[in-house]
Structures are given as structure tokens and as C-alpha cells.
Design a protein around this ligand. Structure first.
Ligand code: CO
Length: 135
């Protein structure tokens, strides 16, 4: 069912420092920071040939990244995102297979304007999984 790896998201305590690391040390193309208030994050996109890396920094007091950085003060891999053709069918399949969908189970519009679901890390080897409907 899952298709391409859409992105790997890394929570970072210092967005400027992380951007410099990707640009100056790893030699990658990095975007300017973009704040997405609805998701409580400021994001820098690192564009690779075959996928993206998203450097996530908390925005606002209720940011979903805040608790993660408290537990992982140096930052860390926050989630991985796989593309699916049909997000509603994917959600139904997860329920049928006994995998937990976070929240109320209905797709929400994600950081790229496409509908997404998040799956419980305990059902996926400790990794938070995002499913995004490919555009
Ligand atoms: Co994501």
C-alpha cells in the first residue's frame, strides 16, 4: 500500500544551526524557514533528489514538537512520512489491521496541503508514521 518516502522529519532545538549543518556541512539545498501556525511548527525543507528532510522547530506553546524536544534536547528523528494513493482507504485499512490512528482517526490537512494521518509509534516499531495522500 505505501508508496514513496515523502519525507523524514527531524525535530531540532536550533533551526538556524540545523540549517547551517545541512547546507554547509552536508552540502544540501535548504529552504528559508516557513512557519505553519496551524501545525505549531517552523519548518526548513531540505530538498534531496529522491525525498525531503524536514527540520522541525516548535512554534507556540502548544506545539506538538515541544514535548519531544524536552525528552530529546539535542533533537532527533520525529517521524517518517510515506505516500499513499487514497488516505481514507489507508485509514480504513489501518483500523482493519488493528493499527492505531492518532487523534479522531479522520485525515487532517498536513504541512504540504495534502490530507494526512499519523499512526501510533507502538504499532510501528517505535517510529511515528505519517501517511500522506500523494498529490
Ligand atoms: Co511530516
Amino acid at each position: 500500500m505505501i508508496g514513496k518516502l515523502n519525507h523524514v522529519a527531524i525535530a531540532v532545538p536550533d533551526l538556524d544551526a540545523a540549517s547551517r549543518t545541512y547546507r554547509d556541512v552536508l552540502g544540501a539545498e535548504v529552504s528559508a524557514p516557513q512557519t505553519i501556525p496551524a501545525h505549531g511548527v517552523t519548518v526548513v525543507f531540505v530538498q534531496l533528489d529522491n525525498t525531503k528532510i524536514e527540520l522541525l522547530h516548535p512554534f507556540g506553546e502548544t506545539s506538538p514538537i515541544k514535548g519531544f524536544l524536552e525528552k530529546n534536547p539535542n533533537g532527533g528523528i520525529h517521524h517518517i512520512c510515506y505516500e499513499v494513493a487514497d488516505i481514507v482507504a489507508a485509514g480504513q485499512r489501518m483500523k482493519a489491521k488493528g493499527a492505531r490512528v492518532l487523534g479522531d482517526g479522520t485525515p487532517k490537512i498536513g504541512a504540504h496541503g495534502n490530507p494526512v494521518l499519523f499512526l501510533h509509534p507502538k504499532d510501528f516499531n517505535g517510529a511515528l508514521v505519517e501517511l500522506e495522500q500523494a498529490s
